[in-house]
Write a protein that binds this ligand. Structure first.
Ligand code: SF4
Ligand code: SF4
Ligand code: FES
Length: 573
């Protein structure tokens, strides 16, 4: 039965179990929040969402207070507004005054709140926070001085990622967020996923910037600067540049990258195709030769670090394939360098990734050949948008351009890698062909599509019944891994992505990414797949050429050297 409540003298309906905030949001009534996150149990910690409820002496927090039939609420009374304004003024009283230099200038929730609440004078002065920057991580920078203790990062790290590398330390006004023993993120359990950046309302968390290093190399005439862009970038960059969420602007992005000065533009979806050639072959090899099963994907460096820290008992289950970023890097500095006659030392290889963990992966020792890194620098989607703006490029005025050959041509199987379930679906398509010699009648494997944290299916490939599971978010992954440890035997192949929904919702994506935007990005990827002529990695003509001219065969000697890797147990605090 619906409940009736009165909000600002208007009657509205609420569902049983609603909080006041749920009911208000459903009716388009906006109340500011800070600590609240959709889908998380409310803590009522920040009190930004307070409202007046008739008959209650104190203001109540809308995010945690259940609706009661007949409740009378005022959302914007003078008392409420003054209370919210005081909270913001208190937060500002010890906040560093360096908005103009802050990464989040223009996208900061604290800035927006002080603007919305019309904070125009310093009524409260306090001691400014003095904490050291934590620059120890290859992926993230933490600035605790800008932290407003909303706790969103702590909750995401613990409740979504099962990592708990950061937490509240101290009491009262001495409370701050820190890693274990103040040793810095690099020595913590942090898997570099960047999901904490995505929820932080201020500039307290950001990616390790690589723009300056890339600019230096772009200005060095001795360097051939090559860029690759991941499958999820062309459908995520749009929002940063004034297009509608999910719009595929791959051609405009290629053109912009050339204007910035990159010598060659390649598409990581090509090396996603290459990953599928290797990974599908590895799966078949394991299934037919009694190898370790279930095989688990290895494209996500956040998941890989998690496995090395918390799931080392299952390291033999991980595919030995490098990620598409690293495969592309290795092929650029071997095959491409060879056919173009470019000394590999002169190549500076940049990737644009939806992900902060890719910055960590790129620096792993295993991702080098004779001391030369496969990939030299990684930009997030956000950093690419900054670089485009920095160069004064109006992408709306550009003509779309194609990526360069031969590493810029993809199948749509490589493109759907950007979404949770995409790697699995692409691998099933090629495994089907490798096992039966026939293409699938319908290429879609709908059971592994969508934003759910876990998807499972049994797929018939010839005589084989293949059990597959797709999980995103490391807490979901841990739950499934526990089932495997407890003896579950029906699964042959598991895809794990650290970020909920996969790379389209990665930690390097635009700040303020909404669920609707993630859905729009996913829909575009599958729409591209629907319309493309080449839907399987093994039909990509340049992949065929790469094997004919250079690699030999999947899992062959050269592939083993360039495209495969190993993992090891990590000791962490
Ligand atoms: S990057 Fe991921 S693992 Fe590291 S602190 Fe942030 S949420 Fe936790
Ligand atoms: S670092 Fe950001 S998300 Fe974490 S508590 Fe501080 S302000 Fe909130
Ligand atoms: S948003 Fe409701 S208490 Fe923080």
């Amino acid at each position: 039965m619906k409940l009736t409540i009165e909000v600002n003298n208007n009657k509205i309906y609420a569902e049983p179990g609603d909080t006041i905030l749920d009911a208000l949001n459903r009716h388009g009534i906006s109340v500011p929040t800070l600590c609240h996150m959709k889908g998380f149990f409310p803590t009522g910690a920040c009190r930004m969402c307070v409202v007046e409820v008739e008959g209650r002496r104190n203001l109540v927090t809308a995010c945690s207070e259940p609706v009661v039939n007949g409740m009378k609420i005022k959302t914007h009374s003078s008392r409420v507004i003054e209370s919210r304004k005081t909270i913001v003024e208190l937060l500002l009283s010890n906040h560093p005054d360096d908005c103009l230099y802050c990464e989040r200038n223009g996208s900061c929730e604290l800035q927006k709140l002080s603007e919305d609440l019309h904070v125009r004078e310093r009524r409260i002065s306090g001691n400014k926070n003095k904490y050291k920057l934590d620059v120890s991580s290859p992926s993230l920078v933490r600035d605790p001085a800008k932290c407003i203790l909303c706790g969103r990062c702590v909750r995401v790290c613990e409740e979504v990622q099962n990592v708990s590398s950061i937490g509240f330390v101290g009491r009262g006004n001495k409370t701050f967020i820190d890693t274990m023993f103040n040793h810095g993120l690099n020595l913590s359990t942090c898997v570099n996923c960047g999901q904490c950046i995505m929820v932080c309302p201020t500039g307290a968390l950001k990616e390790q910037p690589h723009i300056a290093e890339i600019k230096k190399n772009l200005n060095d005439p001795s360097k051939v600067v090559i860029v690759q862009h991941a499958p999820a970038i062309s459908v995520s960059l749009a929002e940063e540049l004034g297009f509608k969420p999910g719009q595929n602007i791959v051609g405009l992005m290629n053109a912009a990258l050339r204007r910035i000065g990159f010598d060659y533009v390649f598409d990581t979806s090509f090396s996603a195709d290459l990953t599928i050639m290797e990974e599908a072959t590895e799966l078949i090899h394991r299934v037919t030769n009694g190898g370790v099963l279930p095989m688990i994907t290895s494209c996500c460096p956040g998941w890989i670090k998690y496995a090395e820290e918390f799931s080392h008992d299952l390291l033999p289950n991980l595919s030995t394939c490098k990620s598409p970023q690293q495969m592309m890097g290795a092929i650029i500095k071997s095959y491409f360098a060879e056919i173009e006659g470019i000394p590999k030392e002169n190549i500076y290889s940049v990737s644009i990734m939806p992900c902060t963990a890719k910055k960590f992966e790129q620096q792993r020792e295993e991702m080098t050949q004779n001391g030369i890194s496969d990939v030299d620098a990684v930009l997030t989607t956000r950093e690419l948008a900054r670089l485009i703006r920095l160069h004064g490029i109006d992408v709306h005025k550009l003509e779309p351009e194609l990526a360069d050959s031969p590493l810029g041509t993809r199948s749509s199987a490589g493109k759907i890698f950007g979404s949770s379930g995409g790697v699995m679906e692409a691998a099933i398509r090629s495994a089907h062909y490798f096992i039966t010699g026939k293409e699938m009648v319908k290429f879609q494997v709908k059971a592994v599509r969508g934003l759910e944290g876990r998807k499972e299916a049994t797929v018939q490939i010839g005589d084989l019944e293949v059990g597959v599971a797709v999980v995103s978010g490391l807490k979901n992954a841990e739950d499934l891994l526990q089932e495997i440890r407890n003896g579950r035997k029906d699964l042959h192949f598991i895809e794990i992505m650290a970020c909920p929904g996969g790379c389209i919702n990665g930690g390097g994506q635009p700040i303020g990414t909404t669920e609707e935007a993630v859905k729009a990005r996913m829909a575009t990827l599958y729409d591209i797949d629907e319309k493309d002529a080449i839907k399987v990695s093994h039909k990509n003509p340049y992949i065929i050429e790469l094997y004919d001219k250079f690699l030999g065969k999947p899992l062959g000697h050269r592939s083993h050297d360039l495209l495969h890797t190993h993992y090891q147990k990590r000791e962490v605090y």
